[in-house]
Design a protein around this ligand. Structure first.
Ligand code: SF4
Ligand code: SF4
Length: 240
């Protein structure tokens, strides 16, 4: 069973989906859409094209996904674990959820089909969809990391747009090797939420119940950023 830590997001749509929707986006409108999304405060967008096998596995019939990414507030992450912290995290989540409805409405007004994939929908895994983007990786401390930051939250929109810039290869998979030799999160977790084999155990982690962020704050990807860690990793690989 998945842990529910956010309150449900109400329906904020102001427009219906178009009756005759478009399937293809022009370069100009694609730029305009990106600008609109960034102006709302999102950090970036990734795109997932769900494969036939994936759709079969999850019993869905849609496949074009926009992933709207936001950077979770460092001020909140740096707070001591507390009820107040989890409320602030949820408020931030709600704020970006509402903005995601605005993006969907923007698409609908411009004749594209667009529906938010509700993050509390138990019938689909947003992380599994995210991994289909080839633009992120699951770190040892169970974060879904994109290049923009370790502390990324995201919302998703399924859309009729077929010609999004989908990536076919994931160049972040080296992170798995890096995590296998780092293990700082495992060593410093106050809840011993990593099993004897060093693998993350969701049920023991108090991140969402009590707002623990220890393993995020001490992670090299948080402290130095993706590109710097990657450069150091590559230098080390060349020397060995
Ligand atoms: S602390 Fe180390 S092992 Fe844990 S997620 Fe970060 S890089 Fe990976
Ligand atoms: S969030 Fe806290 S409890 Fe959860 S794995 Fe990280 S350090 Fe451990």
């Amino acid at each position: 069973m998945r842990i529910r830590y956010h309150h449900p997001i109400p329906n904020f749509y102001k427009f219906d989906n178009p009756i005759n929707h478009l399937n293809s986006i022009s370069d100009d409108f694609f730029d305009c859409l990106n600008e609109y999304i960034l102006n709302l405060g999102f950090a970036g967008v990734s795109y997932s094209k769900l494969s036939k096998d994936f759709k079969k596995e999850w019993d869905i019939d849609w496949d074009n996904i926009l992933i709207l990414k936001y950077v979770m507030s460092e001020d909140i992450l740096n707070m001591e674990a507390s009820r107040e912290k989890t409320i602030l995290e949820d408020e931030e989540f709600q704020e970006f959820g509402k903005k995601t409805f605005e993006v969907a409405d923007f698409l609908r007004k411009n004749n594209f089909k667009a529906d938010l994939i509700h993050p509390l929908d138990d019938t689909i895994s947003l992380r599994a969809i995210a991994m289909q983007s080839n633009d992120c990786v699951i770190t040892r401390n169970n974060m879904c990391m994109f290049k923009e930051a370790l502390n990324i939250g995201f919302f998703m929109i399924k859309t009729s747009i077929e010609n999004l810039p989908f990536k076919s290869e994931n160049d972040m998979l080296w992170v798995e090797d890096f995590c296998s030799t780092c293990g700082v999160c495992n060593e410093r977790c106050p809840e011993n939420a990593f099993g004897e084999d060093g693998n993350f155990q969701r049920k023991l982690c108090t991140a969402h119940r009590e707002g623990c962020s220890v393993c995020v704050l001490i992670c090299p990807f948080f402290k130095r950023g993706y590109e710097k860690v990657k450069r150091r990793y590559e230098i080390k690989q060349k020397r060995s």
